[in-house]
Write a protein of this length. Structure first.
Length: 966
DNA sequence: CTGAAAAGGTCACTCA
DNA sequence: TGAGTGACCTTTTCAG
């Protein structure tokens, strides 16, 4: 029996309640607040199979599992002894790989607690379910995060005692106090103790038991890399997996406790969990005029006190200033103030810190070394491509990936080598380097495609015997093997139809991939290659993803035929439409599919339009998108400048009546603003600004401060100074900076050029950490957007997950200087070039980011406009999977009006600015899927690659990643 | 007794 | 062609 052990409460479980509660891995897999309102069937759909990550169909053999794993376990009960593994028992078990090794799947089943003895017949008692909810809620309200599943320890203590499974058997140090004889099982004995000193011996399932414990409260930013490393120093995928599984809980918890319904009194009176930062008293908002108990202050407190998110925002800084030049506005005050005693940080007494900088020192000093515990050399990288693993995928697996929305390209063998060969001269062999399924999102094209397919079918009937089992020998021959075609046909497409017509591109070694048989006029299949194609195509990478300016994909659903690429779980201009069509096409099978519209993991609705770039030829001369850096001389990376597109000329300015989309439905830019409406909008503007200042490090005032601190050689920037006259600008030195803002001694650079050239691994590590901390801040920002709290919890999560990278992109624009193709990471003093960024296997992602930064920076927006733009992006009613679009749309309309009002006030001489700004939204919608696609690419090519857990969670990588790591 | 929920059975399908 | 898989179905068990 799988036992959920409760720290301090396990003995409270009655014998009736215990079996059900105890056997559930509910904590990791289901949000009780959601579960409270749904039936068991819906409950199951919220929960993943603990073995492979597929959608659970119920509680089978003691755990939540899918039908496949249930059946496998049933069959294996009698025949598992014959299983063997050719990989020393180290195979990953995921939705896509679960059939590749029976032994490892069996071990995984056992590891997560599957057991014949765990079977439970009959329905679950209503009382059991209620009590389970109550207990979990109670524990959470009390800050006791020790409700956790235990898994293998209790179900198979004998195996662990024998060291039969897992390299180390028991955790280092042996059996915890209580040992196997502990009344709650051996894992219960472990609860209440801090994490054992190393997880190398932690068996599968055991790690889950560690989650929620204060010692593990670091989240990704503070998540000790040591814990993620096995005894051999290698990444322990199981640990990564389990951690990532906990992220849903983290986000939901943060939403629930921090921005939603946390009682302010809680912060003042309750004792925070052990290890939490001390309470913050009398915190002022960073925004002028808000010095009370405004939501932002509460939110900040929330961020401070959350045992998880809090430390995610912890910046990596050290207590020593190796450069010795730490005299600045913030640190000077800090360093000269008395009472700087970090020992106070665990003092929960309500004493007020000596000054506001002490608070940050206190709060973060204990976190400051976390990042140091994870030297970059130990960070996982994803530079190597596991071609063998990739090519082993059977068609059923690929079909499953397609159905689940994961982008796939069929390259069964020796892909990369062919790609390299192609790069060396075989340029007629088109090998896409990233997983991509190219589909047609235009009805007309699709129908044409279907016609092609019909013709193909006729032809195929006459030549089936010839084409059945071998790909065409011609490079662009139509006709895929029936099996492969059938798999592709299972891929549900918009309009309730399916694509069945593909071209096969075949290399000399027999490898192939498939693309639609029809292309827009003038486009070749090579057009679909991502930018980092090894083919070295002369085609510009930007051409793939740039829609026509002003006639954006999101604004003009009826735009001329384009191709789209199914790829991202992120937002897409066609989400609503495609989701609707897709739902209509789903059969009962899909009830348990990730495609289920009810599923929060449904990633397939999203699609981004890929078009040639019609305005490519209309670029204006280069300019600095970063006004504060615009005085920079010529770029040291001119070779990349061709990838940076310029904002179009005024002839491309969109007319406000032109853009139409789900996002802008019901928005009338010409609607007169009544005095009442203006008052309302001004409050919205104020509130959004307030939150922005409390969550964003990169307000222009702070950029100025950091610029002078880290980059004094850059000198004054007049254009930056010109942005400091907004009515919402204020002297940041007189208010609390947001959590994690670097006010302490200047840390050493993470990308220190004196330590050698910046390589891909350094960049990967750097960005992993930075993006993770940004994610936390943006979650906090989103939570406090006016109207956000009123949304359904699942909608909140959906909005954050789909809009987060877009806000990240907006914020990224404040650190890029396109004139020099350089990023100035203001908060750490690091700088790197676009060339350096390209060392990461992220394709043209950074080209897109720089391009966006260029566009936005040219508009000379101020903080309030950045804030409102970010809020508009988050509150997008056209995201997939939303329940209450109407409410979200209403909120977004107000935000749009507020943005319009603010821009009209701030830029009275530029009546097109608002329209131009809106045209950047489709750009955002393209960048986000590109990011996700690159991550997916990495995941497929490098199954063992470790992503920051928040990354994985936010960008829907967790399911695959979690399942793959076992 | 009813209905919920899990165990177990069946069989079309995939793949080697 | 046989073994394995997993979606679907039937049977069993149990709460209410």
């Amino acid at each position: 029996m799988l036992i959920l052990a409760f720290h301090n409460v396990q003995n409270n479980l009655d014998p009736v309640f215990a079996p059900t509660l105890i056997t559930s891995n509910y904590w990791d897999y289901c949000d009780p607040s959601v579960a409270d309102n749904v039936g068991c069937h819906e409950l199951n759909e919220l929960i993943k199979c603990m073995v492979c990550g597929d959608t659970s169909t119920g509680f089978h053999y003691g755990i939540h599992s899918c039908e496949g794993c249930k059946g496998f376990f049933r069959r294996s009960l009698n025949q598992h002894e014959s299983y063997t593994c050719s990989n020393n028992g180290q195979c990953e078990i995921s939705l896509y790989t679960r059939n590749q090794c029976q032994l490892c799947r069996w071990k995984k089943c056992l590891g997560v607690g599957m057991s014949k003895d765990g079977s439970r017949l009959g329905r679950r008692s209503k009382r059991m379910i209620e009590k389970m909810h109550e207990t979990i809620a109670k524990q959470r309200n009390q800050g006791d995060m020790t409700v956790k599943p235990a898994g293998f320890y209790s179900n198979h203590p004998d195996l662990f005692a024998q060291g039969k499974y897992g390299p180390g058997g028991m955790p280092p140090g042996g059996m915890p106090p209580g040992g196997m004889n502990h009344p709650g099982g051996p894992q219960a004995a472990m609860l209440g103790h801090h994490m054992p000193p190393g997880m190398g011996g932690m068996p599968m399932g055991g790690m889950a038991a560690m989650y929620g414990h204060p010692s593990m409260a670091g989240g990704m930013g503070g998540f000790p890399m040591a814990a993620m490393l096995g005894g051999d120093g290698q990444v322990n995928p199981q640990v990564v997996m389990e951690h990532m599984r906990s992220i849903s809980t983290i986000i939901k918890q943060e939403l629930e406790q921090g921005g939603q319904d946390r009682d302010p009194a809680y912060n003042e009176t309750s004792t925070p969990p052990e290890g939490s930062p001390p309470p913050i008293h009398s915190r002022r908002s960073s925004v002028t005029g808000c010095q009370d108990t405004c939501p932002s202050a509460t939110m900040q407190q929330s961020a401070m006190q959350s045992p998880t998110i809090t430390s995610l925002s912890t910046p990596p800084f050290r207590a020593v200033d190796p450069r010795g030049n730490g005299v600045d506005l913030y640190s000077a005050v800090k360093l000269s103030s008395p009472g700087n005693n970090s020992a106070q940080r665990h003092d929960t007494s309500p004493s007020v810190p000596q000054n506001k900088y002490d608070k940050f020192e206190e709060e973060y000093s204990h976190c400051a070394y976390r990042s140091e515990s994870a030297p970059s050399s130990e960070q996982p990288t994803a530079m190597e491509v596991d071609e063998a693993a990739y090519s082993r995928l059977p068609m059923s697996t690929i079909s499953k990936m397609l159905r689940s929305g994961q982008p796939v390209i069929l390259i069964p063998k020796d892909v990369s080598r062919e790609g390299r060969d192609a790069e060396k001269g075989h340029r007629d062999i088109v090998i896409p380097p990233s997983p991509t399924v190219v589909v047609i999102d235009n009805q007309k094209d699709f129908e044409a495609d279907m016609d092609d397919h019909d013709r193909e079918e006729d032809e195929e009937k006459s030549s089936r015997s010839d084409s059945r089992d071998s790909p065409s020998s011609s490079k662009y021959a139509h006709g895929v093997s029936m099996k492969r075609r059938k798999s592709l046909e299972e891929f549900p497409l918009p309009h309730g139809k399916q694509i069945t017509s593909y071209s096969t591109l075949q290399g000399p070694s027999g490898q192939f991939f498939q693309i639609p048989s029809s292309f827009p006029q003038g486009m070749s299949p090579a057009t679909f290659l991502p930018s980092h194609s090894p083919l070295g195509s002369p085609w510009s990478p930007m051409a793939m993803t740039r829609p026509p300016l002003a006639i954006s994909s999101s604004f003009m659903p009826a735009s001329p035929p384009h191709l789209s690429m199914a790829m991202s779980p992120m937002g897409s201009p066609f989400m609503v439409h495609s989701a609707k069509m897709h739902h209509a096409s789903m059969d009962r099978k899909s009830n348990h599919s990730p495609l289920n519209p009810k599923s929060p993991h449904n990633p397939l609705h999203q699609r981004v339009r890929s078009t040639p770039d019609p305005d490519k030829s209309e670029r204006s001369p280069s300019f600095s998108p970063s006004p504060h850096l615009s005085k920079s001389p010529s770029s040291p990376h001119q070779n990349h400048k061709q990838f940076i597109k310029e904002e179009p000329g005024l002839q491309d300015e969109p007319k406000m009546e032109t853009p139409r989309s789900g996002m802008l439905d019901n928005f009338n830019p010409n609607e007169p603003i009544t005095p009442e409406m203006k008052t309302k909008l001004q409050k919205i503007i104020h509130d959004v600004n307030k939150v922005y200042h409390d969550t964003c490090h990169y307000t222009f005032r702070r950029i100025k401060f950091l610029r002078e601190r880290y980059f004094p050689e850059l000198g004054e920037d007049e254009e930056l100074n010109g942005r400091l006259h907004s009515k919402y600008d204020h002297d940041c030195s007189k208010c609390d900076p947001p959590p994690g803002f670097p006010t302490g001694p200047i840390p050493p650079r993470e990308l220190d050029p004196s330590e050698g050239p910046i390589d891909g691994q350094k960049m990967w590590t750097f960005f992993s950490n930075k993006f993770t901390s940004q994610i936390t801040r943006i979650v906090n920002f989103s939570k406090m957007i006016p109207g956000f709290k009123q949304l359904d919890r699942e909608d909140q999560i959906t909005l954050i997950k789909t809009g987060l990278f877009e806000v990240l992109t907006i914020r990224f624009s404040t650190v890029v200087d396109v004139a020099t193709n350089t990023v100035y990471w203001w908060t750490t003093g690091d700088t790197f070039s676009l060339v350096d960024a390209h060392k990461m296997p992220m394709g043209n992602l950074f080209d897109l980011l720089f391009d966006f930064g260029q566009r936005v920076n040219r508009m000379m927006l101020d903080d309030s406009e950045y804030a409102l733009m970010s809020a508009v992006v988050i509150m997008s009613a056209d995201r997939p999977g939303l329940k209450n679009r109407k409410l979200i749309r209403e909120v977004q309309l107000d935000l749009l009006k507020a943005l319009q009002l603010e821009i009209s006030d701030n830029h009275p001489d530029d009546d097109q600015l608002f329209a131009r700004l809106l045209t950047t939204i489709p750009k955002l919608r393209e960048i986000s899927p590109e990011h996700t696609r690159r991550l997916m690419d990495l995941k497929i090519r490098q199954p063992g690659v470790s992503f920051p857990p928040l990354h994985a969670e936010i960008f829907d990588l967790d399911k695959e990643e979690a399942a793959e790591s076992s």
